[in-house]
Ligand binder design. Sequence first.
Ligand code: UDP
Ligand code: MG
Length: 140
Amino acid sequence: MRERTLTIIKPDAVAAGHVGAIIQHLQREGFAILGVKRLRLTQAQAEKFYEVHRERPFYPSLVAFMTSGPVWVLALERDNAVAHLREVMGATDPAKAAPGTIRSLYGSSIERNAIHGSDSRENASLELAFFFSTHELVEA
Ligand code: UDP
Ligand code: MG
């Protein structure tokens, strides 16, 4: 079934010049881009976006990393988009991510892992609404 998901190309991948390669990778996987924004997350935005991890030891460092430079936020659409994006991204730790996955190719540590992807349809809806209003999502 056709569905939508949200991805963030994280500050490490943007700084390293991997945005073009990652977008090409996603398009080759059949994702249509319905919306795109380049922005720098504020402290408050990053804290809220990763709220579910607030009690985890890595949270302060994660928020500092995610606000350290510009990111690219993309709204994607495809059959089975949420699960497929997670597959194409690879495991959270790039060292454990399958060869050829985006995190394996472009991530450098469990924190600086190049890309975010929504982990469920419900979170995809919430995360899409976090960054985009409905009229900003333009069908392919
Ligand atoms: N993260 C980290 N240390 C950890 C686990 C996660 O720095 O031990 C960071 C990493 O950038 C990850 C993000 O926190 O992408 C969110 O963690 P989650 O467990 O939701 O992983 P994801 O869904 O991104 O694979
Ligand atoms: Mg997650």
